[in-house]
Design a protein around this ligand. Structure first.
Ligand SMILES: C[S@@+](CC[C@H](N)C(=O)[O-])C[C@H]1O[C@@H](n2cnc3c(N)ncnc32)[C@H](O)[C@@H]1O
Length: 287
């Protein structure tokens, strides 16, 4: 048996999901097999993303664009996606680019994460020129400092930090969170204290509320904004702020992988007429 596989409770063999190296090897294999990514790695201690869950978000967003494009998913590098908090793994841009040819801007407040994402892009010629990753120097900003006032992006996505403090995040350090008791949390695998990527002041609720408020300032820059919301109880206050911001077409898409339950919240500030104009100008050739 390989060092990354161990017997499971059903009497079969399974990848040892409590071992960060085992999950990394599984990701490397999936990224190579499914997306043709031959070089992928993340610095020790950074969260190793579950690929199917990340792919789900991208596919749901493709469905949203499809619904707005005469039933056809707009593809190719003309479609630009902003990934707020791209992380060391660069996972959403990899999947979105390889599945749909979309181009990406990835932002992160962590320079080590951006360095790692740029290293992945540098090692894979297929990603070069398609994904641009930038450091967000102000943790309170999401769009400012990353996209220009006259820049258009067709969608924005975000997997926000979940916890409200380092201490809360450290509750899971070194072990897999009990998915029966905490269906919202991302499993933390042997993260060796490196978990600031999982927390921010005020946690997911404050992060998303502030993002919604700031998105209004970029109302005409983006066809549709979106974010994951892991904690269902945060939805009420997020809907409230979306209403305050006078967002249109707010939609919540339930997602679930294994025991983890989550959802995508999507919004826009464009009127149906403005949306029509947008897709006819930017996506016209893809009808
Ligand atoms: C939960 S991780 C998501 C990483 C990756 N996208 C994934 O899904 O695996 C959240 C990321 O958001 C970053 N972050 C926190 N505040 C940010 C901000 N204001 N702008 C951009 N990124 C931010 C963190 O450094 C962290 O890498």
């Amino acid at each position: 048996m390989t060092p990354y596989v161990k017997p499971n409770i059903h009497g079969g063999d399974s990848v040892d999901f409590t071992d960060m190296q085992a999950v990394k090897m599984l990701n490397k294999a999936l990224l190579l097999h499914q997306y043709g990514i031959s070089h992928w790695d993340i610095p020790d201690g950074y969260v190793c993303p579950p690929i199917p869950a990340r792919a789900d978000y991208i596919h749901y967003m493709a469905d949203i664009l499809c619904r707005n494009n005469y039933g056809k998913i707009p593809t190719g590098s003309r479609i630009k996606c902003l990934d707020i908090g791209v992380g060391a793994s660069c996972i959403y841009p990899i999947i979105g680019n390889q599945e749909y040819g979309w181009s990406f801007i990835g932002s992160d407040i962590d320079p080590v994460a951006i360095e790692s994402a740029n290293r992945i892009i540098g090692f894979n010629p297929t990603l070069q020129g398609k994904i641009e990753c930038k450091v967000q120097i102000n943790a309170k900003d999401y769009f400012y400092g990353i996209i220009r006032k006259d820049e258009l992006t067709d969608l924005s996505i975000c997997n926000p930090p979940f916890y409200a403090s380092a201490r809360e995040a450290e509750g899971g350090t070194g072990k897999q969170i009990d998915q029966n008791t905490d269906k919202n949390a991302e499993p933390i695998l042997n993260v060796e204290g490196q978990n600031h990527e999982l927390w921010c002041d005020g946690g997911e609720e404050k992060f998303v509320r502030n993002m919604v408020l700031q998105s209004k300032k970029f109302a005409s820059n983006c066809f549709c904004f979106s974010t994951l919301v892991s904690k269902e109880s945060n939805l009420k206050s997020i809907y409230h702020v979306l209403e305050q911001a006078e967002a249109f077409g707010v939609e919540t898409i339930p997602m679930g992988q294994g025991n983890k339950v989550s959802r995508i919240v999507v919004w826009t500030f464009l009127t149906p007429e403005e949306q029509s104009k947008w897709k006819n100008i930017r996506w016209k050739v893809m009808k």
